[in-house]
Design a binder for this molecule. Structure first.
Ligand SMILES: Nc1ncnc2c1ncn2[C@@H]1O[C@H](COP(=O)(O)OP(=O)(O)OP(=O)(O)O)[C@@H](O)[C@H]1O
Length: 456
């Protein structure tokens, strides 16, 4: 039985041999090294779960020298082996990230306990970080509501592109979720723990954009009474989201191009070059190639930011997503208001039948405003008519109801198909397990598989 892999770094051959045989007898796989150079070589082939480290190692026998190596070792627990006179050093080692220390001569029983605790905690930490990653993965994509083919394709693309550093240009009409898509890309990337800095290029006056992006040094202009880092610096290590990039003034485009080519910039009034490492995601609802033709957008910058282009589509081309979006926003509003909110069937039909030129943003705002005037938990046509007096007469509402319910039916079916496919995949095709996960009886799941022709 292998209880874990241990690397023992100690210069005393007799101790190495003795400790190796104790630990091996206790079920650990053990590799030893007499100094840091050998330890580094061992670690290239032997992925240790734990390190036992003597601080006094050849050639210098200088504990401070060994302490400097700690940061490269502490991705797993490091237990320091100390002589009695080295207590302060051991405490310094703990301050630098070592897990624990144990005094020499080593008591084998005590060593066994310390190792067991350290490995147990390390394993828990790893599981926690995996769970966090999985949760993050699901929440970022879960927030992208929709079952239309366009949304399914978008989710797949996001999951494939997010882990890479490729630049992304998100295009599409206003209110269709370009920023939501960009945030999902960031949250699923290796930069997720770092900043996502969003800059609305059209909202910042042209003469301020440079100092906002690049920052400035004290005395660069009147009022610059101290150094101030810009948004580029704040995004260092993370993602810079340039929204409405089509509205960036031409002189600023030249400067941005240089940053993208060289990875460096100068703050306004500064002489010290700053280096940055960021992922750029840009968004626009303008037609950039047309702006290029008109000379309003630099062609070289366009090709630099383009990377992979993702296109969000208008709500009118994916009306089957409307019921799910309504349900999602109703849940959000219910949580905010502390009461369960729903739409009655005619109100639902009104939402399903209307055109939404402002797309998801307009749908969401309209729902929020009618929810604000509705009394009780059910939003009705009477509530809608207060804000939208033109809202349909009884006749149209009836016609609308049937068409609306048909849409709702389609959306529910598509959602069911997606959830069943996902559950079967996660349970490796085991139908009883998938049924349990979906909260269905096995029989119920089989019927649905049959109805939707999902059997392979
Ligand atoms: N697929 C989606 N699922 C859930 N909510 C969404 C989705 N797409 C957009 N939204 C919501 O719709 C609103 C508008 O989205 P967003 O700001 O991302 O659109 P946009 O395309 O960037 O708009 P603009 O071009 O005007 O900047 C936001 O409140 C956002 O949370």
């Amino acid at each position: 039985m292998n209880k874990g892999r241990i690397l023992l770094i100690d210069d005393e051959p007799a101790f190495r041999q003795l400790a190796q045989s104790w630990l091996q007898n206790s079920g650990y796989q053990v590799v030893t090294a007499a100094d840091l150079t050998v330890a580094r070589q061992q670690l290239q082939q032997f992925d240790a779960d734990l390190i036992l480290l003597d601080l006094s190692l050849p050639p210098e026998f200088n504990p401070q020298h060994t302490l400097q190596a700690l940061p490269e070792l502490i991705s797993r627990p490091v237990i320091i082996l100390t002589g009695h006179a080295e207590r302060q050093l051991a405490l310094d080692a703990i301050a630098l990230g070592a897990w624990d220390f144990i005094a020499k001569p080593v008591d084998p029983d005590l060593l066994a306990v310390v190792i067991k605790r350290a490995l147990g905690k390390h394993q828990l930490e790893q599981e926690l970080s995996q769970l966090k990653q999985q949760r993050q993965a699901s929440t970022a994509v879960q927030r992208l509501i929709g079952v239309s083919p366009a949304m399914e394709a978008m989710r797949t693309l996001i999951q494939r592109i997010a882990p890479t550093d490729v630049r992304v240009l998100v295009t599409g009409p206003s209110g269709t979720g370009k920023e939501v898509v960009s945030r999902a890309l960031h949250e699923l990337s290796r930069r997720a723990e770092q900043a996502f800095v969003s800059v609305h290029c059209g909202a910042i006056p042209a003469d301020l954009l440079e100092s906002e992006l690049f920052g400035y040094v004290k005395g660069a202009f009147t009022g610059a009474d101290k150094d101030r880092p810009g948004l580029l610096k704040l995004a260092d290590g993370g993602t810079l989201f340039l929204d409405e990039i089509g509205e960036m003034p031409l002189p600023m485009q030249v400067k941005l191009l240089r940053v993208l080519q060289e990875g460096t910039f100068f703050p306004v009034g500064g002489r010290e070059q700053q280096k940055i490492d960021l992922r750029l995601i840009s968004a626009t609802n303008a037609n950039l190639p047309q702006l290029v033709q008109k000379g309003l957008f630099r062609e070289d910058l366009y090709y630099r930011i383009k990377g992979i282009t993702l296109e969000t589509v208008a709500l009118s081309s994916r009306s089957q997503d409307i019921p799910l979006l309504l349900q999602f926003f109703l849940e959000q509003l219910s949580q905010q208001q502390g009461q369960r909110l729903k739409l009655d069937s005619t109100a639902l039909s009104w939402f399903l039948q209307r055109d939404w030129p402002g797309n998801i943003r307009e749908l969401k705002n309209t729902l929020e405003s009618v929810a604000a005037v509705a009394q009780g938990g059910v939003i009705s046509m009477a509530d809608i008519s207060l804000l939208h007096p033109e809202a349909g007469s009884a006749g149209t509402t009836q016609a609308v109801t049937e068409a609306g319910l048909q849409l709702l039916d389609q959306a529910v079916q598509q959602l069911e198909i997606r959830m069943i496919k996902q559950a079967l995949e996660q349970c490796n095709g085991n139908k009883s397990q998938a049924a349990r996960q979906l909260g269905l009886s096995r029989q119920g799941l089989l019927k649905k598989i049959d109805r939707y022709q999902l059997a392979d």
